[in-house]
Design a binder for this molecule. Sequence first.
Ligand code: CA
Length: 227
Amino acid sequence: MHVLLIEDDVHVGAALRSALAMRGVVLEWVATGHEALEAADGCDVVLLDLGLPDVNGFDLCRALRAGTDAAIVVVSARGTVDDRIVGLSSGADDYLVKPYNVDELLARVRAVLRRRAIGLASRPEPLRFGDVEVDVPGHKVFAGGEPITLSRKEFQLLVMIAAADGDVCRRERIIAEVWGETWPGANRTLDVHVGYLRTKLGRPDLIITVRGVGYRLSADAAGRTAR
Ligand code: CA
């Protein structure tokens, strides 16, 4: 495992280097953002301190994300929810707040590497039903070969119903998974979204309403005999 530490604090960097060396992990270590981009080339993991003297840590994180395939774990004294959100949306794979435990840091690094390896190796086959194709990780939908633009919720709805492959998706489960909560008008909202979805797909018979229960793919589309 090739690890790059970007950390301007000499004490923090030296302590981490020796703690990781004791665990069999050798660090490359740079103290400025300007050295970081070149050093990150070919690394498996970058441990990024956000508070650097020469660059904004979030900008560096974005530049690293754009310029390398390395996993990025932000290691920062800045631990507010906002900092975490900005860090993760700047391309970091994980975010750890100082002071941290070295074993936890290593466990997080290994988990990030595992997730990335799985993501790269096993990009799933698109879901296909009838002449509709859904590339789930790519967030793309094609009907009859034509790209269809769906809202986020419409897309989630379609994936849920399609993944059930002809079995009924119950209303309460769809609402819980797509909206994350229920409310008095939830059923009506669900029906409206399914209506949009049918219209955008241009295939009104693709999604069947099971009255009072939920929705399912048509037997034809699911590739099954009627059930
Ligand atoms: Ca710092």
